[in-house]
Design a protein around this ligand. Structure first.
Ligand code: G3P
Ligand code: CA
Length: 303
C-alpha cells in the first residue's frame, strides 16, 4: 500500500503543479469591439438572415432583418469555381435554389443567375411566394458593400484553410475588423483565419468547445485561457446537453459571450436568457425581439 502511494506521489504532484501554473497564468477572454456597442442587452442574431421568415442568406433577407431591428446578421460562406466568396449555406444548390450540383462547380456568374428564393416556403411547399422575385445568391463583397455598419456573424463553410486568407483580406479592405465575428465548424479554417486576422473576433471551433466541456465537467473551467471571444453552441447536440446552466456560468466567468443556436421558440429563448445566454441565433428574429419587448416593425416592411 505504501509502495503504491509512493508510486502515485510523483505523477500527482506533477499534475497538481501543472494545474496550479495553469490557474495562475490563465486569462479570460476580453470583449471584442464588434460586441462593445451592445452593452448588456441580449443580442438578437438573424440566423442566415432569418431563414424562417424569408429566403436564407439573401440580400433580401439581410435587408429585412436589418429593418426588423436585429443586432447581427448571421451568414455562411462558400467559394465559387472562379474563387469568389459567395453567401450560401449548403455546398450544393438543390435545397435552396433552382440549380443543381456543387456550389464550387459553378462560376459566380452562374450562381448569381439562379433563383435563391425558389425553394422557400412557409407552408411546407404548398406555395413559394419568393420564386421569380429576383432573389439571388449574393457575393460576400455585395454584403459588405450593402451592410457596412451592420454587425455580422460570418461562418466559414470550407473545410480547408484556403478561404481564410481571402476572407481576412476582404474584411480588412472594407474596414470591417470591428464589425464582424468569424466562426467555423472546421478547426483548420478557423486557426488559419486567426493567423491571418488576429485582431478580428472569433467564436470557438469544435475542438475548443470540447475542451471547454471537459474542463467544465472536471470543475476546472477556471483554467481556460480562450483563444476566442464568443461561444456559439446549440442547446443539445446528438442527444447530449451542451448548454447547461453550469457551462454558461463557466463561460461567463471566462469572459466569453455565449450565443445559442438555433433557438426558434419563445419558451426556449426565455429559459436560455434566464440562464445567462448573451445572444440568440434564430430563424425567427421577430419572436426574439417581441420576447424582449423590442419593436419589430414587420408590418411596416410591406409598405
Ligand atoms: O453559428 C452556427 C449556426 O450558424 C448553426 O449552423 O448549420 O446553420 O450554419 P448552420
Ligand atoms: Ca451558419
Amino acid at each position: 500500500m505504501l509502495r503504491f502511494a509512493r508510486f502515485l506521489f510523483a505523477p500527482l504532484l506533477l499534475i497538481a503543479i501543472a494545474v496550479l501554473v495553469l490557474a495562475l497564468t490563465s486569462r479570460p477572454a476580453t470583449q471584442p469591439a464588434v460586441l462593445a456597442a451592445f452593452a448588456d442587452q441580449p443580442l438578437v442574431i438573424a440566423h442566415r438572415g432569418g431563414k424562417g421568415l424569408w429566403p436564407e442568406n439573401s440580400l433580401f433577407a439581410f435587408e429585412r432583418a436589418r429593418a426588423l431591428g436585429v443586432d447581427m446578421l448571421e451568414m455562411d460562406l462558400q467559394l465559387s469555381s472562379d474563387g469568389e466568396l459567395v453567401v450560401i449555406h449548403d455546398s450544393t444548390l438543390e435545397r435552396t435554389t433552382n440549380g443543381q450540383g456543387a456550389v464550387v462547380a459553378h462560376s459566380v456568374a452562374q450562381l448569381q443567375a439562379l433563383d435563391a428564393g425558389y425553394r422557400w416556403s412557409a407552408d411546407g411547399g404548398a406555395s413559394h411566394p419568393y420564386r421569380d422575385q429576383g432573389i439571388a445568391i449574393p457575393t460576400f463583397a455585395e454584403v459588405l458593400e450593402r451592410f457596412p455598419g451592420m454587425p455580422k456573424v460570418i461562418e466559414i463553410k470550407a473545410p480547408d484553410a484556403g478561404m481564410a486568407a481571402q476572407l481576412c483580406t476582404a474584411i480588412v479592405a472594407n474596414d470591417q475588423q470591428d464589425r464582424v465575428l468569424v466562426g467555423s465548424f472546421h478547426e483548420r479554417s478557423l486557426q488559419s483565419f486567426r493567423q491571418h486576422c488576429p485582431l478580428v473576433a472569433t467564436s470557438a471551433g469544435p475542438g475548443s468547445i470540447r475542451l471547454l466541456l471537459a474542463l467544465n465537467w472536471l470543475g476546472l473551467g477556471s483554467l481556460l485561457s480562450p483563444s476566442y471571444q464568443v461561444l456559439q453552441i446549440p442547446e443539445r447536440h446528438s442527444g447530449v446537453q451542451i448548454a447547461s446552466p453550469r457551462l454558461l456560468r463557466t463561460a461567463q466567468a471566462r469572459g466569453l459571450n455565449v450565443q445559442l443556436w438555433t433557438i426558434n421558440e419563445q419558451p426556449a429563448m426565455r429559459r436560455l436568457l434566464e440562464q445567462g445566454a448573451h445572444g440568440l441565433i434564430t430563424d425567427y428574429p421577430d419572436r426574439a425581439l417581441q420576447l424582449l419587448g423590442r419593436s419589430t416593425q414587420l408590418g411596416a416592411l410591406d409598405q
